[in-house]
Design a protein. Structure first.
Length: 260
């Protein structure tokens, strides 16, 4: 099922449609199920800014897949064995933070592809491969399916590395599916005001690079309504808020109503 979910998400991006997701930071399967029922196209299980453990992430990824919802995982670094375990449990792809050089991008590609395209370790003793049971298709079918619909790869651009002249966009984003603006970190890196002209100019440069290379442009905003002001009006891969942010807003509103 995972490859079908990846194919659906990738096809929507290729068609120029916007896909809409949110970050998941709470270790509750109900959260990902609610995201699917609410109409999100995907979720991003957050292993960077959360207290989720690997076991939590695997549980969320597995439940999302069972609900027919693609679940990517945000990683602060490329950890090959962790990537492998998440893929074996149904991760649709990965969102790598602080991407600033070709070595990082290449490491992500290598960790998510089987040889000869990468160095991901092969096993059939996992749910993604049908646990190697008769009728699952065996090794040849598994490898073919993974090559036909590989994990979706998203690179978060959060520092203005392209302005130093030492690294080209070609080297960094050529193998990605989505170039994603991490607006908060990028603003801090630039010494710019969130939503200000300096940040908007940098976002426009990233969007232009994505367009030149035929890669989907994406980013984060606190809400869909705020995306336009953040320079993400044309983003095809949009992440809004998080489960914690949505919960906090709801609780704050409910508490306010109770106080009246």
């Amino acid at each position: 099922m995972t490859t079908a979910l990846r194919a659906r998400l990738r096809a929507a991006l290729a068609a120029g449609n916007r896909v809409h997701g949110t970050f998941v930071k709470l270790p509750a399967p109900d959260v990902v199920e609610l995201c699917g029922l609410a109409g999100f196209d995907f979720v991003v299980v957050d292993l960077e800014h959360s207290v989720l453990t690997e076991a939590d992430a695997i549980g969320l990824v597995r439940h999302a897949e069972r609900c027919g919802l693609p679940a990517l995982v945000r990683l602060p670094v490329v950890d090959g064995p962790l990537v492998c375990r998440l893929l074996e449990n149904g991760a649709a792809g990965f969102q790598l933070s602080m991407l600033s050089g070709p070595a990082q991008a290449w490491a992500l590609v290598q960790a998510t592809r089987f040889a000869p395209d990468g160095d991901r370790s092969v096993s059939l003793a996992n749910r993604a491969a049908g646990f190697g049971l008769p009728g699952s298709g065996g090794l040849t079918a598994f490898l073919a399916a993974e090559r036909a619909d590989p994990p979706l790869l998203v690179g978060q651009i959060e520092t203005p590395w392209w302005r130093d002249g030492g690294t080209s966009w070609d080297e960094v984003i050529a193998d990605l599916d989505v170039v994603f603006v991490g607006g908060t970190d990028l603003a801090v890196s630039l010494g710019a005001e969130p939503g200000g002209e300096a940040l908007r100019a940098a976002v426009a440069e990233i969007e232009d690079a994505a367009r030149r290379h035929g890669i989907a442009f994406g980013g984060w905003a606190p809400s869909e309504a705020a995306a336009q002001a953040a320079g993400l009006g044309s983003a095809r891969y949009l992440v809004t808020g998080s489960d914690l942010q949505i919960l906090a807003a709801g609780l704050d509103a409910a508490a306010g109503e109770g106080g009246n």
